[in-house]
Design a binder for this molecule. Structure first.
Ligand SMILES: Cc1cc2nc3c(=O)[nH]c(=O)nc-3n(C[C@H](O)[C@H](O)[C@H](O)COP(=O)(O)O)c2cc1C
Length: 257
């Protein structure tokens, strides 16, 4: 195998989402290097719909995080309440009655402690560049979001090359964040990427085995899962991904305590 492939695999297998970052300053120029990697992402017709807001001002970081905690965490929390506790998203495995769970969630330290946030924006008008079919037959906005996901992935990888940790902070309701940053209405606020030194020990990742997800020449129906098997898969998956969300197993708030 080529050294480039080995280097790439080493990076892919060792990068991990880091949900606790130290406030320590970043190395000189680190953010620019991360953005430079993101700039080289693939996009439909090379439309490049991305722009980035780099946030280092503590007051702005705090305002963004407060909006996240009070709007998105609450929203996700109440939706997650609708499924069996052990099937909830790992971030919402908290013990106590609903109000107690929410109180514990809100007391958790957040990503505003990271030294820098990269806020990824998208300008949907740049999609005018791409093929018209990209907006039809079920494709809707996919060229737009595919491009934005690509730029984000490259930035997560670039941060990992420098020993820095990142988190993918999904923004489900963007308006409050746009207001804090003064983002023009026509633009989309896609993602927040906190960047900093990891404040947690590396934990082994989990991915489905290649043999389970690969088919040759034709779809192998013996690998197709029934709905029931998918639910079993989620149970199994939760067991494997939980430790990466919950810093110390058995810690305050851990449903598996
Ligand atoms: C579309 C998408 C949404 C995600 N949303 C979140 C999120 O809101 N919060 C979070 O902590 N991680 C989020 N993640 C990170 C995943 O949980 C993580 O990549 C996955 O569990 C694999 O773990 P790893 O990144 O450590 O390899 C998201 C990742 C993607 C691609």
């Amino acid at each position: 195998m080529t050294p480039q492939y080995e280097m790439l695999m080493e990076l892919l297998q060792h990068r991990m989402s880091t949900r606790k970052l130290k406030p320590d300053p970043l190395p000189e120029g680190a953010i620019d290097k991360i953005l430079e990697a993101g700039r080289w992402a693939m996009s439909g017709a090379n439309a490049q719909p991305w722009e980035y807001v780099v946030v280092t001002d503590p007051a702005v970081k705090k305002a963004l995080f407060e909006n996240y905690r009070n709007e998105l965490d609450e929203y996700n929390f109440w939706m997650e309440q609708m499924r069996a506790p052990e099937l909830r998203h790992p971030a919402f495995h908290v013990i106590g009655d609903a109000k107690e769970q929410l109180r514990k969630l809100k007391a958790r330290p957040g990503w505003d402690e990271a030294p820098a946030l990269i806020v990824v924006l998208g300008d949907g008008r740049r999609q005018w560049a791409t093929v018209m079919g990209g907006h039809t037959f079920g494709r809707h906005q996919t060229h737009f979001t595919d491009a934005l996901a690509n730029t984000c992935t490259l930035m997560h990888l670039a941060a990992a090359t420098m020993g820095l940790g990142t988190q993918w902070v999904t923004i489900h309701i963007e308006e409050g964040f746009k207001k804090v940053l003064g983002v023009p209405e026509v633009m989309t606020l896609y993602l927040i990427i906190p960047v900093g030194y990891p404040d947690m020990a590396p934990k082994e990742g989990f991915r489905r085995p290649l043999s389970e997800i690969t088919h040759h020449n034709k779809y192998d129906r013996s690998k197709f899962m029934s709905n029931e098997q998918i639910v079993e898969y989620i149970y199994e998956l939760r067991g494997k991904t939980m430790p990466k969300y919950i810093k110390a197993p058995g810690a305050e708030g851990d449903i598996h305590r």
